[in-house]
Design a protein around this ligand. Sequence first.
Ligand code: SF4
Length: 518
Amino acid sequence: MGAESQKIVFGMPLPAEKDAQRGSRKPRLDKAERDQMIFQTIHVDTLIPEDHPARAIWEFVGKMDLTSLYLKINAVEGTAGRSATDPHTLISLWIYAYSQGISSAREMEKLCEYHPAFQWLTGMKVINHHTLSDFRIGNKEALDGLFTQTLGLLSAENLITLERVMHDGTKIKANAGADSFRTEERIQAHLKMAKAHLESMGDPTETPSDDRARKARERAAHERKERLETALRELEKIRAHKPDEEAMRKARASQTDPEARIMKQSNGGYGPSYNVQISTDRANGVIVGVEATQEANDCGRLLPAVEKIQENTGCLPKQMVADGGYTNRQNILAMDEKGVEFIGSMPDVSKTTLAQFARRGIDPAFYPGSFRYNPKRNTYTCPAGKVLTYAGKAKRHGLTEYHYRANDNDCAACAFKEKCCPQSPKKGRCVVRTENHSVVHAFITKMNTPEAKEIYRQRGPTAEFPNAWIKEKMKLRQFRLRGLRKIGMECVWACLTYNIQSWIRLRWSPPGLSSVMC
Ligand code: SF4
């Protein structure tokens, strides 16, 4: 290296006097030394700051009654064996993990090794992913109990009023691919192969083995056989909803997650999913009810949602607000019977009705609007001046249909027959007059008022926020687990986390910081 180039360090010229002092000496650097053993002193409690959310989660879980979980532990004082991991720790770990968008037990095990918040929660212990995983899915009743207790604690802090509850559903992808759906023929063929494979492994009771890899293979083969058997059972349920023989024959079920159903996603595409129903209290955005279902359609889930809220809180909501997917006559009557005021948006079915007339080949000039009703005589007069007389009524949910029919001979001889009733060669034209149930009529009148419209406008921000939070922040766009029971538990874990995060945001003040503020 030349003398001129030595004067340039990182492209900057050295001051002349500094250059003179250094001479040819090299800079002394504190380099990373990795070939060494060191001992470190750590005060575990100072691993995270006073206002860290892990402390808040620990504090909140500490307020819960975990007796049912402690009673399940076999290891007791005075006996030999390994101690069980404290449920307080396991619950806090899962809540913290979900709040960080982590739902993998293996990832949590790794984080326990170096992540300060996980180390603080476990007291610097590494918890095996099997322990974490088993705890997440092995305590359904206790988990439901924790959700209920959380609502009780939030209610005690005046964070729940149940004055107005917004309800909505969201589709979450199942842990299965669209290509895992098979017809009965294919599932039967795969089941046959799975059984043959199991038989080829021999009877494990006759040939006991300590080989862990072999045991894992046997367990996997058993699980595959059970999944295929479940797929056949689920296929029968899917077929029960098919309209005809051809559709039943073509019906398919997933071999990976047999309980998943093909549903329309928010992006317009279709895929294996579950429909997650969430009820949110308007006062502070606390989730008061959650349920995962296989039903793609929302309309049948409003009443179960109200019953779930009652089960969780012991009270019925005063008012339930839901979108057009839930607003039908059946639900309006059901809410009225329950004593819950319903605010919804009645879908406009006029376009569907007109499309039906068009499909039947009826000319627009002969749609029911062109027939004149005479209330005194209870008859209709058609555009050709003929009278349609009352022919009977049919009652449906919240609706009575009155049928009126023209004389067969009048229509047969009519010049407009091809335009008026082209699909009824022998019978006279029929017109239906509908009359809403008084409760439905009152609902429609109410929903035309500015007050009701204003309440309905609040629905979107309140009801859709938890759905978006769970999908975006907790990254629960796709379930990690499989089967309705397990994904239902994933939903409860996510909503439990959401509610505790709400408590942290609205009520928690770190003990150290609050005393400083005082
Ligand atoms: S087809 Fe029958 S109902 Fe229709 S316009 Fe003619 S008479 Fe009237």
